[in-house]
Write a protein that binds this ligand. Structure first.
Ligand SMILES: Cc1cc2nc3c(=O)[nH]c(=O)nc-3n(C[C@H](O)[C@H](O)[C@H](O)COP(=O)(O)OP(=O)(O)OC[C@H]3O[C@@H](n4cnc5c(N)ncnc54)[C@H](O)[C@@H]3O)c2cc1C
Length: 290
């Protein structure tokens, strides 16, 4: 039923790196909620699998003296929803984790798997991008840190090499302090469904004006996107219903949705406009806007 050649269980990060280097056909299993389904459906066959569940440091969520938040790749969605650092400083990410699948899935599926699999519908990908996160990739050949904006290369395709582990997600203080945010997952059903559109918006106010607005969308193009036109337009504008409506219209210019069996391009464009407006309205209210 599950066609794979061998299973390794890494006890330490160094061991995990070594296994990946020595076995060029090996792939990581984190929560297994994507990869095991792919193997069962015979979309992929004959791999070696490596579990990283026993590596404690990969589950840690911490904040350092400079205020940089570090989220280990093995943090589950349940952990994101309930962790004090997340709920205090970057609550939008916790809420995004809270709308993934159902309770059982959220106990096993991880943020690392959600980002590494490159799915455009991944519910945490948009929040991670709105907060300008950096991704740490480690391997036996060395470590590198890349901006999330450079991470998504195409549909289901990311900049993780076979021998690399996405070990943590970093969010700097300047990218969350003073921001408020809202994530909207628009799907046909309220639960256990994949997004027709994911919309993560954070904003910062100076008085009653937007000093910074970030709009990240999922399922609005081949990879998660940021709405640069709308973001640039928003800066310095008064928080009013008219301005928020206009910002939503500008977000449509940034989107590149297509027709699919889930939703038409025109429907998705309408969702981009409306969800951006609603999420920005809520974010502005949370930031104290009038
Ligand atoms: C019933 C069901 C409902 C779902 N609902 C949703 C939903 O509402 N929203 C949503 O976004 N997703 C949903 N998913 C998809 C899935 O649960 C998520 O994408 C999840 O985050 C995957 O994480 P995982 O730990 O299970 O990854 P895995 O399946 O273990 O891995 C996924 C891929 O990422 C790679 N990988 C994993 N971790 C790392 C790492 N640290 N470094 C490098 N590569 C790595 C693996 O090799 C594999 O290729 C659903 C899945 C199921 C089965």
């Amino acid at each position: 039923m599950y066609d794979f050649n061998k299973y390794f269980e890494a006890e330490t990060l160094d061991e995990a790196k070594k296994i990946l280097k020595e076995n060029p056909n090996a792939q990581i299993v984190a929560g297994g909620s994507d990869i095991l389904v792919e193997i069962r459906e015979k979309h992929i066959e004959g791999l070696e699998l490596m579990g990283i569940h026993k590596i404690k440091e990969l589950k840690e969520i911490s904040i350092d003296s400079e205020g940089t938040i570090s989220i280990g790749c093995m943090a589950t969605f349940h952990m994101l929803e309930n962790n004090e650092i997340i709920t205090k400083h970057i609550p939008m990410l916790g809420r995004a984790g809270g709308v993934v699948g159902g309770p059982q899935l959220r106990k096993v599926a991880t943020i690392g798997g959600n980002i590494a699999n490159g799915a455009v519908s991944a519910d945490t990908a948009t929040s991670v991008w709105a907060y300008n996160s950096q991704l740490v990739l480690e391997s036996a050949d060395g470590n590198r840190t890349i901006d999330v904006k450079d991470f998504y290369l195409g549909p289901g395709w990311t900049d993780v090499k076979q021998n690399e582990i996405l070990t943590k997600i970093l969010i700097k203080k300047e990218d969350y302090e003073g921001f408020s945010g809202e994530y909207i997952k628009f799907s046909q059903r309220k639960a256990l469904d994949i997004a027709n559109l994911g919309c993560a918006v954070i904003c910062k106010l100076d008085g009653n004006k937007f000093s910074d607005v970030r709009i990240a969308l999922g399922v609005a193009g081949p990879v998660p996107i940021r709405c640069k036109t709308a973001e640039d337009y928003a800066k310095g504008l008064e928080v009013t219903e008219e301005n928020i409506n206009e910002i939503g219209k500008k977000a449509v210019l940034d989107g590149k949705p297509r027709d699919s069996w889930r939703a038409s391009k025109a429907y998705r464009q309408q969702l981009i406009e409306i969800c951006s407006q609603r999420a920005l309205t809520k974010a502005a209210q949370l930031a104290g806007g009038k």
